[in-house]
Design a protein around this ligand. Structure first.
Ligand code: COA
Length: 203
């Protein structure tokens, strides 16, 4: 389960409504080629993709056990939350149709905040694509969805995530206990970044 950021921003009803609308009407094709909101018809492929521990081992907020039924339910939940302006569960496919990766953007419109989770296919890992892709996605989230704050978590031993998150300019803010779908806790490193900090570094 994703938890909203530690920092609490004051958000007007107008800002909240604008974020909900931006999420519900976002064109995820603008994130990059092959991107689409996950649909129930993606369940078989996505379950196979996520079942690989090289993809899912480090990620706490996935349906467990990872099987077609649970992944389909997760996708349907994602669609409902997308329509409510609270989530974008995105599948990225190769031109061949194979899954290249997924991104799960959780949005708290009433907090003007978002969190990103995701993974690349094993064949795409360790080539710098994650760093470049994450940077692009962070900018897209701030600019397209209009949130003023992002938070991120990573397992304490996830060196690759920690490196790319800090290279992007996120501020380490200690740890937090994340809750898995089965209710067990995982200690995570925790970071935040504001849109102003983003614009100062990358704008
Ligand atoms: C995490 C993930 C998106 C990173 O993408 P990637 O393309 O594999 O990572 P990159 O090649 O961009 O490497 C990220 C950084 O880690 C560094 N790195 C990689 N392995 C390392 C190691 N064993 N020790 C130290 N640094 C390491 C890289 O050098 C790079 O840093 P740099 O840009 O300063 O050189 C990808 O590996 C993935 O999908 N992993 C599985 C799921 C996951 O962990 N998701 C994130 C949950 S928070």
């Amino acid at each position: 389960m994703s938890a909203p950021p530690k920092t609490v921003l004051e958000v007007s009803p107008e800002e909240e409504a604008a974020i909900r609308l931006a999420v519900a009407t976002a064109d995820v094709g603008t994130l990059g080629p092959g991107r689409a909101i996950a649909r129930p018809t993606d369940a078989v492929d996505l379950a196979r993709f996520l079942a690989d521990p090289r993809v899912s081992e480090a990620i706490y907020d996935l349906p467990r056990p990872i099987d077609e039924t649970n992944v389909r339910r997760w996708i349907v939940e994602g669609e409902t939350q997308w329509r409510a302006g609270r989530r974008l569960l995105i599948v990225s496919r190769e031109p061949t149709g194979e899954i290249a990766g997924y991104s799960d953007i959780t949005v708290w419109p009433e907090r003007s905040a978002a969190e990103l989770a995701g993974a690349l296919a094993p064949s795409r890992q360790n080539e710098g694509q994650g760093g470049a892709g994450a940077l692009h996605t962070f900018g897209w989230i701030f600019e397209t969805l209009g949130v003023r704050l992002m938070c991120l978590t990573a397992a304490t031993d996830n060196v690759r995530s920690a490196r790319l998150i800090e290279a992007a300019g996120f501020t380490p803010m200690g740890t937090r206990d994340a809750t898995r779908a089965d209710g067990t806790k995982r200690r995570s490193l925790y970071w935040e970044m504001t849109r102003d900090q983003w614009a100062e570094k990358w704008g």
